[in-house]
Design a protein around this ligand. Structure first.
Ligand code: C2E
Ligand code: CA
Ligand code: CA
Length: 401
């Protein structure tokens, strides 16, 4: 979305033009002469929209718009609406898709010339396969959303916990909570099979809430057991997706669940990705500051794969960085990757940010991270993500290097 300024008397769009955007009046007024409203001439002001046919693929405008005053207009393009529609709830997306098509067809039949109607029909005929395909996709999403909803109700999700050890002493310092779906017919499914679709259908919001609550309950349980064995306390880190940050009351929700579960907040870490910092940075900063102030520790996941620089990080209250596992895999053979890891670890020491090295699969990788004085390590060499029973067995154990 972007804004344009229009001077009094200027024409914004004209009838019969094919557009690719609609306009929302932010300030000022715009006069419209059109064939659909039954009013020969009317005007729209702040918060009202015109030129909406520009959003419909290949539709023509039915009005001419001229500014009555100097005006500021927000321009919404067809591709932006398509993108938002694809990311919206599938029912909303299907509704919008149908409604726009119906509107276009009714208008053409009513107001269009015979020639326009004929062209519309033949274009639609050509596009039929694509229209059907996109409707099938939406229906499929709709079905998967229903399945995820049912899975949540039936308690089919479980968390596995992957140990994170101190690279200084070898002790298990904490665990990353990783979701699995115990599917009634397909067996145990990794997030690869359902996380993207949960994001697309916004089911990640209730699922994320479940994950958070479950992790709070579990960290109490782990630490009660650790206490009985005289072993060090542990934290659990929870992945929080960018979509969850779009929920305005996320912070309140987390605070509420923390109170209900009586969790020691300092034992919960929230893993976020760089996309959270990049999109709507002001809003993210506000939410992260609030979470940090409440007592959660914040971890930046998959660091190095996005675009944020270490200096940019300075603005956010980040406690830990997780170096993405692609660096762990590449650094022994690729000098550039090694230099990046070296630079990240050097600078973060200066910035008082701790480092977690992800995806450690070999002793060489682990040794290199120890030489670079990274704080924590996680990976298949140390342990795979484990079900709760297995975690009980290893609480308080120490890896010998
Ligand atoms: P992630 O946050 O980067 O989690 C680490 C992933 O790396 C896990 O995959 C883990 O099993 C895998 N991994 C750990 N050590 C190694 C290693 O040494 N080598 C290799 N090749 N892989 C290793 P998993 O459990 O399949 O999770 C995949 C992704 O799904 C996670 O990536 C995370 O982005 C997402 N995810 C998992 N649980 C949740 C959740 O509760 N909420 C949200 N929003 N996302 C989740
Ligand atoms: Ca993670
Ligand atoms: Ca990661």
């Amino acid at each position: 979305m972007h804004r344009i300024e229009i001077k009094k008397g200027e024409q914004v769009l004209s009838e019969y033009e094919t557009g690719n955007c609609a306009y929302i009046v932010e300030t000022g007024r715009v006069s419209l002469t059109d064939r659909i409203s039954n009013q020969p001439r009317y005007s729209v002001g702040p918060g009202e929209m015109f030129g909406e046919y520009g959003i419909i693929e290949e539709a023509q405008h039915y009005s001419t718009a001229i500014a009555d005053e100097d005006s500021l207009l927000v321009v919404v393009t067809q591709s932006e609406i398509e993108e938002k529609s694809a990311a919206a709830d599938p029912v909303l997306s299907l509704f919008l898709n149908f409604f726009m098509d119906r509107c276009h067809s009714l208008t053409i039949r009513h107001y269009g010339t015979d020639e326009q109607l004929e062209e519309f029909s033949s274009r639609r005929h050509r596009r039929e396969d694509r229209i059907q395909q996109s409707r099938d996709e939406i229906v499929q999403q709709f079905q998967i959303k229903g399945e995820l909803q049912r899975a949540l109700e039936n308690n089919e999700f479980i968390l596995h916990y992957q140990p994170i050890i101190s690279l200084r002493g070898g002790y298990t310092s904490g665990f990353e909570a990783l979701i699995r779906w115990q599917h009634p017919t397909r067996g145990l499914l990794s997030p690869f099979h359902f996380i993207d679709i949960a994001e697309q259908t916004n089911m990640i919001i209730p699922i994320g809430e479940w994950v958070f609550r479950e992790a709070c309950i579990r960290v109490n349980d782990f630490n009660e057991r650790a206490l009985k064995r005289n072993s060090p306390e542990v934290f659990i880190s929870v992945n929080v997706s960018a979509n969850q940050f779009a929920v305005p009351d996320l912070v309140d929700q987390f605070k509420q669940i923390s109170k209900e579960t009586n969790v020691d907040i300092s034992k919960i870490e929230l893993e976020i990705t760089e996309s959270v910092l990049m999109e709507d940075a002001d809003n993210s900063k506000r939410m992260l500051d609030e979470l940090k102030e409440f007592g959660f520790r914040l971890v930046l996941d998959d660091f190095g794969t996005g675009y944020s620089s270490l200096s940019y990080l300075h603005k956010f209250p980040i406690d830990k960085l997780k170096i993405d596992r692609s660096f762990t895999h590449a650094m022994l053979n690729d000098q550039d990757s090694l230099e990046i890891v070296r630079a990240i670890s050097g600078l973060s020491h200066n910035m008082n940010i701790e480092i977690v090295a992800e995806g450690i699969e070999t002793m060489e990788q682990l040794s290199l991270y120890r030489d670079l004085d990274c704080h924590y390590g996680q990976g298949f060499l140390i342990a795979k993500p484990l079900p709760v029973d297995e975690v009980y067995k290893i609480l308080g154990t120490r890896m010998k290097f």
